[in-house]
Design a protein around this ligand. Structure first.
Ligand SMILES: C[S@@+](CC[C@H](N)C(=O)[O-])C[C@H]1O[C@@H](n2cnc3c(N)ncnc32)[C@H](O)[C@@H]1O
Length: 790
């Protein structure tokens, strides 16, 4: 794309980078005309769309056979997990080539992988892979045999006997028949267990929650933030207020090999590749089929294998070989289909551009059913930020829109007319996606269901410092109604994802008529007002008008402040970069009539003033006394320059300690240096400065590593005390810190771990409601550990 951007003539480039939405028709038409005359453009589009020329993403039988061979070699040396990896790679390359002989390369690979799973004791994976082979090649005797053996080991004896009887009928060789016969005899000799296998239902189910969502919300026009959502009734804390599937979603590039391309959950070992191209991997067949891709498995359904079997077995066979889904799933839009003929533009173009392609194609499909004419302008009534985009982004939007439209036309067909008008509309669509899309996130350290095995190996002493949660972005999605929630740096709702479904929950009780606002990534307590504004400006191109940014709050005053030089003074000293933001807030707060008539203040305001007047009462009395370097309680001056250099020196020690902790090599001298730096920081910073919480946390982790758990506990508690001042006691940030505290307490055999864990559970429930147990199974595990030391 850089090559294309570089050849755009300067005059046209200038028109584009200076364009407003009104100019788009003209700039798009000019660039389109220019590209159409340009051999380089046709060459680039050709490479992106021609599967023969690209060959990056199309199936490749030779490469599949090579990987299969490597898998076989691993298998023969007993390296079963290596074999699984090579068979998975081979499955990715292997074209499905169904014939009536009963098996093809893909089904052979599934059966080989099933056998490796069997050897590893992963029996359910073995059953699933055998079934996958059968859904392509239902007459494949060995697949029925593998399935039968795994079912027998799982105790599903009835199913095992059925699998083996089918295998027996299909098996041609005498030695094979003998082997099956022996297996059946062994099962019959064992006590009968009539459990029926549930392998099909073990496949990924997208959303298992039945929690009702009956809140009545209303979209209203706000004074400063455009439209926003409010509630028509009082909402209790932790209520589910909104649930929605995405209009379109895409996996992020970094997660392509680790997470399912449809539901975004972590990939299991028995991942399922797309049958027609090399790009996506799915956690299960239902996810693969729902995402689309040429559904070559359909061919298998026509293969008649039901002759000569009893009614019972006929039904059993069709239950096993046909991939079943609920009707809503099978009818839903297949988002990957148009990207899936071996072309490699979906691999090369940025995720958000491919996402725009998915939106566009879904829209065309919807239009097709409603017989309305195609016009992207009517697609979404969502805001966008084209006018505020930096010049470089405007040029990129133009170039990518033209390239994407040509790629889509190649894959999707002539229904996609390419003109200056459609390109201009696509550019606006891209801007809408930038402003309105949401990052789908997952927990890393302790991800949802599936990581329990990890917890069973959880050793408290060693892992006390690592019981922490990080979120990683795995996907990007657009939710039509979810996009109407505005941002606040002091949010009252929380958004999270189960598979790809968006859930929104109230984290506090919300009164009827109040705005429901979530955080787009910046929060009070985390950054000061300036940094939050900068973040929102950079990522969403708006200047935040939320209550946290426009009204006085204690957290913003103290978060990066210094302590007063007077020994017993509790006042804050603000740095130059903070003063202007905070002064403005004092200004609007002190304006008439609120301070002149204290009866007009509500309870919340009164509490706020109480808290603020403890650290800045001079500021509340006279706005002119708010100056960088001067205490807002007593007016004493602090030498900020000297403070800055003292802090930079202390920071060096903490960075060293952090590095040592990360490389698990904490020495006593780096701990001593950090402790004396902590002393200095405590004398320099206000007691609620966020940096103090961070260094206390850093020390807690380092002490954990060297096994000094009591010291770790003390520093962890200190960190929590500061964070509670910044966030309030029930914020999820406190829950995360309490989790660390609880694991240290458990390692110490301290029975108060239960109290910490109960607090964590209460906080997490406000944010995740009924999903807490599914999303954080380790919490239950830690609670059980805590009970043992009661
Ligand atoms: C996802 S949309 C939310 C719905 C939007 N208000 C609308 O009318 O469509 C995000 C946009 O809403 C506006 N917005 C959301 N929160 C805001 C805030 N705290 N301050 C100012 N504008 C905000 C900005 O224009 C932002 O780009």
């Amino acid at each position: 794309m850089e090559k294309l951007k570089a050849v755009v003539p300067e005059t046209l480039k200038r028109r584009i980078v200076e364009s407003t939405p009104d100019d788009l028709l003209s700039t798009s038409s000019s660039l389109l005309h220019f590209f159409h005359q340009l051999p380089l453009f046709h060459q680039i589009v050709g490479e992106l769309t021609d599967s023969e020329r690209g060959r990056l993403c199309s199936k490749n039988k030779k490469a599949a056979l090579e990987s299969k061979l490597q898998g076989n070699e691993c298998f023969s040396t007993g390296d079963f997990s290596g074999a699984v990896q090579f068979y998975t790679k081979a499955l990715r390359f292997a074209p499905v080539d169904v014939d009536n002989t009963g098996k093809d390369l893909v089904s052979v690979l599934y059966v080989n992988r099933a056998f490796a799973f069997y050897k590893m004791g992963l029996l359910e994976e073995c059953v699933r892979d055998s079934s996958r082979a059968l859904s392509i090649s239902p007459r494949y005797a060995k697949a029925w045999f593998r399935r039968g053996k795994a079912n027998a080991s799982l105790g599903n004896h009835d199913d095992a006997l059925r699998d083996l009887s089918i295998s027996m009928k299909l098996e041609l060789s005498l030695s094979g028949k003998r082997q099956i016969d022996n297996e059946m005899k062994m099962i019959l000799d064992h006590p009968k267990d009539t459990r029926s296998s549930l392998q099909k239902s073990n496949e990924c189910r997208l959303d298992i929650s039945n929690e009702p969502c009956q809140m009545e919300l209303q979209c209203v026009s706000t004074k400063t933030k455009g439209r926003g959502m409010t509630t028509l009734a009082d909402i209790p804390e932790a209520s589910l207020i909104h649930k929605e599937d995405p209009y379109a979603a895409i996996i992020l590039k970094d997660c392509r090999e680790t997470h399912c391309h449809f539901c975004f959950n972590e990939l299991p070992m028995d991942a399922v590749p797309c049958p027609s191209c090399l790009i996506p991997l799915y956690c299960s067949q239902p996810c693969q089929v729902q995402a689309g891709g040429d559904n070559v498995h359909d061919a298998a359904r026509n293969v008649s294998i039901l002759n000569n079997f009893s009614d019972d077995l006929e039904k059993y066979i069709s239950d096993t070989v046909l991939v079943k889904f609920s009707s809503s799933c099978s009818e839903s839009f297949k988002e990957h289909s148009h990207e899936c003929q071996g072309v490699h533009w979906p691999l090369v173009l940025p995720s958000e551009i491919v996402l725009a392609g998915r939106v566009l194609v879904k829209y065309i499909e919807q239009k097709r059913h409603s017989n309305l004419s195609f016009s992207l302008t009517g697609l979404w009534d969502l805001c966008h930020n084209y006018a505020q985009l930096p010049p470089e982004s405007k040029l990129e939007s133009h170039v990518y829109s033209i390239v994407l439209m040509h790629c889509l036309q190649h894959s999707y067909g002539s229904e996609l007319a390419i003109s200056g008008k459609t390109i201009a509309e696509l550019i606006i669509l891209l801007s809408q996606i930038r402003v309105n899309s949401m990052a789908i996130v997952r927990m890393t350290s302790f991800d949802a269901v599936g990581s329990l095995s990890q917890h069973t190996e959880f050793s408290l002493a060693a892992d006390a410092s690592t019981t922490t949660m990080k979120q990683i972005k795995v996907g990007q999605a657009v939710y039509s109604a979810g996009s109407l929630f505005n941002h606040s740096c002091q949010p009252n709702i929380h958004a999270y994802f189960v598979s790809r479904t968006l859930y929104v929950r109230a984290t506090e009780s919300v009164a009827r008529g109040s705005e429901l606002e979530l955080s787009y990534g910046a929060q009070v307590g985390q950054w000061d007002c300036k940094d939050r504004q900068q973040f929102l400006e950079d990522h969403y191109s708006f200047s935040c008008k939320c209550s946290g940014c426009s009204q006085l709050n204690l957290s913003d005053l103290v978060l990066s402040s210094y302590r007063c030089v007077k020994v017993n003074c509790y006042g804050v000293v603000l740095d130059g970069h903070v003063v202007e933001y905070e002064k403005q807030k004092f200004h609007s707060f002190l304006g008439p009539p609120r301070m002149n008539n204290s009866n007009l203040l509500n309870q919340g305001d009164k509490c706020k003033i109480e808290g603020i007047s403890k650290v800045a009462h001079l500021g509340l009395e006279n706005i002119h006394l708010i100056k960088p370097g001067y205490c807002l309680n007593c007016g004493s001056e602090r030498d900020l320059e000297a403070s800055h250099s003292a802090i930079s020196e202390a920071d060096i020690h903490f960075r060293r300690l952090q590095d040592a902790t990360a490389s698990n090599d904490v020495r006593s001298n780096s701990l001593l240096d950090a402790l004396s730096s902590l002393d200095l920081l405590r004398k320099t910073f206000h007691p609620f400065n966020r940096r103090l919480a961070e260094v206390e946390d850093c020390l807690a982790q380092a002490f954990c590593l060297v096994g000094k758990l009591q010291a770790a506990l003390d520093h962890c508690q200190k960190s929590i005390e500061v964070l509670e001042k910044l966030y309030g006691p029930n914020h999820i940030a406190i829950g995360n810190e309490l989790l660390k505290l609880a694991s240290i307490q458990l390692s110490l055999g301290d029975s108060t771990a239960s109290d910490s864990l109960n607090r964590v559970a209460a906080i997490f429930s406000c944010y995740y409601g009924s999903h807490v147990n599914n999303m954080f199974p380790f919490l239950q595990y830690l609670k059980e550990e805590a009970l043992k030391i009661q």
